[in-house]
Write a protein that binds this ligand. Sequence first.
Ligand SMILES: Nc1nc2c(c(=O)[nH]1)N[C@H]1C(S)=C(S)[C@@H](COP(=O)(O)OP(=O)(O)OC[C@H]3O[C@@H](n4cnc5c(=O)[nH]c(N)nc54)[C@H](O)[C@@H]3O)O[C@H]1N2
Ligand SMILES: Nc1nc2c(c(=O)[nH]1)N[C@H]1C(S)=C(S)[C@@H](COP(=O)(O)OP(=O)(O)OC[C@H]3O[C@@H](n4cnc5c(=O)[nH]c(N)nc54)[C@H](O)[C@@H]3O)O[C@H]1N2
Ligand SMILES: [Mo]
Length: 765
Amino acid sequence: MTRKESFKPYHLPSGGWGSARSLGNILRREGVLLSGSLVLTRQNKVDGFQCVSCAWAKPARPLPFEFCENGAKATAWEITTNRCTPEFFARHTVTELLGWEDYDLEQAGRLTHPMRYDATTDRYLPVRWDDAFEEIGSRLRAVADRRNVVFYSSGRTSNEASYLYALLARAYGNNNLPDSSNMCHETTSVALPESIGVPVGTVTLDDFAETDCIMFFGQNAGSNSPRMLHALQEASERGVPIIVYNPLRERGLESFTNPQSPTEMLTGRRTRIASQYHQVKAGGDLAALSGICKSMVQLDDTARGSGAPPVIDHAFIAEHTHGAAAFIDWLRGLAWPDLERRAALPRAAMEATAAVYARSRAAIGIYGMGLTQHRAGVETVQMLVNLLLLRGNIGRQGAGICPVRGHSNVQGQRTVGITEKPALVPLDRLAAQYRFNPPREPGLNTVEACEAILAGRIEAFVMLGGNFVRAVPDRDQIEPAWRRMGLTVYASTKLNRSHLVHGTASFILPVLGRIERDVQASGEQATSMEDSTSCIHGSRGVRAPASRHLISEVKLVAGIAGTTLDPNPAMPWNDWVADYRRIRAAIAETYPDTFPDYDRRMWEPGGFHRALPARQRIWKTGTGKANLITPRGLDEDTDMPETGHDVLRMITLRSNDQFNTTVYGYTDRFRGIHGTRMVVLMNRDDMDRLGLREGEIIGLRTPSTDNVRRAIWGFRVTPYGIPAGCVGTYYPEANALLPIWHFAEGSKTPAAKSVPVVVDRTPSA
Ligand SMILES: Nc1nc2c(c(=O)[nH]1)N[C@H]1C(S)=C(S)[C@@H](COP(=O)(O)OP(=O)(O)OC[C@H]3O[C@@H](n4cnc5c(=O)[nH]c(N)nc54)[C@H](O)[C@@H]3O)O[C@H]1N2
Ligand SMILES: Nc1nc2c(c(=O)[nH]1)N[C@H]1C(S)=C(S)[C@@H](COP(=O)(O)OP(=O)(O)OC[C@H]3O[C@@H](n4cnc5c(=O)[nH]c(N)nc54)[C@H](O)[C@@H]3O)O[C@H]1N2
Ligand SMILES: [Mo]
């Protein structure tokens, strides 16, 4: 397909007519203009279905259309009329499909039949469900060392299916339960427990109505959690300052027109979002946040010197925190020129933030991949918490820490036991409930699973959703290693690259999407999920399944369990499939404090909030207090040779037209990039310095000392408002440049937002 390419800045607000048009286009293209619009009215409603896109909170009083452009795209993508049938697979060999782009693979439509790879014809052929389960079971039972099988999941799967999946892995004999959050907010799950004793954010939607200061680091709400713009718009209209730190000027964080407000749409009224916008260098947040904290200490010194009210909440610090004295000493010792250089921001920028924050009553700190996907991600998140703690902003109305989670149920999966860390799971309770011996040895997270695959140790990989091969680092190394596995099992809704880079025996198992009706022996079933603010919601499909051969994820997990595990009357897989309320009862038995009265409360408007001790200022940390954590230093990328100024720091970005590896189209409207994703966004000064012309095609290469060549040819040089020394490319196209060992220390989240790269001028360089 040839596409018209164009590159011009976008000056309109996010939302608005651009959003309405874009939505109309995708509904039309997927053949669901009318039916899609009806389905959308049930999105994020009590007794409707929970959006399959992001994890942002769903309000108790939803708007008539409680969805956004990108949520609607995700819906259209799932309810498309396109079908990827056995005839499709008969027409195309796997080798041929390997040459297709991600977009074209998923555009083939919803998978309709279970398929098994046939090496003789190099094609996927239809297989009966029973035969698929039999073969998967016999192959899994044949694996001698049960630690050599991985059970991956991507964060869309419901609580019900996730709980059973985690039980399947443990009953099988390992804790190898990596999930997509290992690649995004694992940094959060490591940082926050050390700081405040909970693994998740403390902010709820109600806090947005009461806050008077929002600090926003490295998250792109306009594309990745657009419904959040409503909360930001309301805050902005109340005069609440919103301070943004982001290397790119993201449109959604600058101004917004609510596409659901007729008046705003007709008058073109736009609300400014950011009151301060600081284009921090990628990886410069640790320095910038330290600078803001340092400035707070200086403001406090001045205030106390002049008899004015203090700027630091000393009473809170004394009663509730640990480590403050050492932290403040460390801040005093920092030199401004060093902070300015690392953040690539003037001291005045950090002081301006501190000045606003110092006057606030209740502040919220929001963040996303811009903080978590760095070598020093854990310490950076902890520094944002430090900043909040300086003024007592945890456990107070209108205040708190707000990580914006990714997949729509990525947080819930963790809550119900999907984790490679056995310490996070009530294993003794599981042992009693199911009369078995759960494995105690830690399992593999995503990076460790990749390492084990590269080492040739993994024999089988089960994937409950997602597109692992495409999402992980070091794609050029992973793909050949992946093919050496004996068995790959993909529970999916759409065709993707992972299916094509299969193991010796391989199955594509098509499942119901969340929007589809799920009927089992006891009738129509509901599932549940947890949003980014720890609210748990019920969800009910509203649409006829894409094919009569689809089964639910719950039934799929039970199907594998049935042929893989020894029978155990305490694990009634078939009864669970017949009635999901029994699964919820089982979940509540394992986690009684989290899920009291689960079945009823998940239908409460806005969902029910699970108890978080930090919100009550109960600190479940080692010290029993909230910890102000002093970082070991301010260095980023200590694992890479920092050879001179030719090394650029690459940020891998999401466009406004994708959901992770699912590419909806080639229009990144807000960044003005149309028709291609193979661009490298560059600062004009870097282009001049390196002698590069706009439109020139170049390669990027990762300098490293491990003798692995990581290079990609074919990026179009595109001048962009990005700090000097930083470049931007799209994920997943650039993933072959990201070394598997370049990850956040402590969490092993791949450091996808600061990959050192150099420019190649010829393809063979
Ligand atoms: N439509 C849509 N929605 C999505 C997704 C999607 O792909 N499409 N993905 C979902 C998932 S799984 C996730 S995890 C979330 C991801 O949502 P986000 O957390 O928003 O992730 P990204 O878009 O990767 O990057 C976020 C922002 O970080 C900025 N940034 C990069 N480096 C730095 C840095 O060093 N410092 C600072 N301060 N900022 C930096 C980038 O410019 C970008 O604006 O969204 C979820 N929602
Ligand atoms: N360089 C770089 N790499 C990154 C990132 C980055 O910012 N930069 N971000 C990382 C992040 S935050 C994440 S979360 C990962 C994403 O990694 P994954 O979650 O593994 O990938 P997705 O692209 O979300 O998965 C898309 C596939 O999920 C399947 N699917 C969709 N809906 C359903 C469903 O309801 N059930 C089932 N069973 N399958 C379904 C479809 O077949 C679709 O092809 O990528 C990570 N990789
Ligand atoms: Mo994510």
